[in-house]
Write a protein that binds this ligand. Structure first.
Ligand code: DQA
Length: 142
């Protein structure tokens, strides 16, 4: 299985950014954790992070042309308003799981809406770095 993990804006600041919400680990720590899980379960994994909407859209599109079997995406705040990311996910057949470190439905009202959710096969929110692993499990068990 070939899998892409996409992280959106400000997730490069994990560790520094609101540790009371997102925890003290860096994105690199979380990626190492995911990589270990993928090695153990025979998944070929690629990581991508960007603060730029267009670059994220390019990565989503390329996932199809590069024959990925699944995408796990934490689109950060783009989750709440990027119709372009919704359309990119809808536009390709690669199954995509939306994940969040924090419990978005228990936070500010603007975080309760995900405009990308209708394009994804499911949403996992509130389990810290385990949200990514649960997203991968969902793709593995399809
Ligand atoms: C987040 C939740 C979003 O609301 C926020 O904008 C983020 C991170 C999460 O992982 O909990 O950047 O996606």
């Amino acid at each position: 299985m070939k899998l892409k993990i996409i992280n959106g804006p400000n997730l490069n600041l994990l560790g520094l950014r609101e540790p009371e919400v997102y925890g003290g680990e860096t994105l690199s720590d979380i990626n190492d954790y995911i990589e270990t899980y993928c090695e153990e379960t025979d998944i070929e994994v690629t990581f991508f992070q960007s603060n730029h909407e267009g670059d994220i859209i390019d990565q989503i599109q390329e996932s199809h042309f590069d024959n990925y079997d699944g995408i796990v995406i934490n689109a950060g705040a783009f989750t709440h308003y990027s119709y372009a990311i919704h359309d990119a996910i809808s536009g390709i057949p690669v199954p995509t799981v939306e994940v969040h470190l924090s419990a978005i439905h228990q936070r500010e009202t603007f975080r309760h809406t995900s405009v990308i959710a209708p394009a994804c096969i499911g949403q996992i929110s509130g389990f810290g770095k385990e949200s990514y692993i649960l997203g991968i499990l969902a793709l593995q068990n399809r």
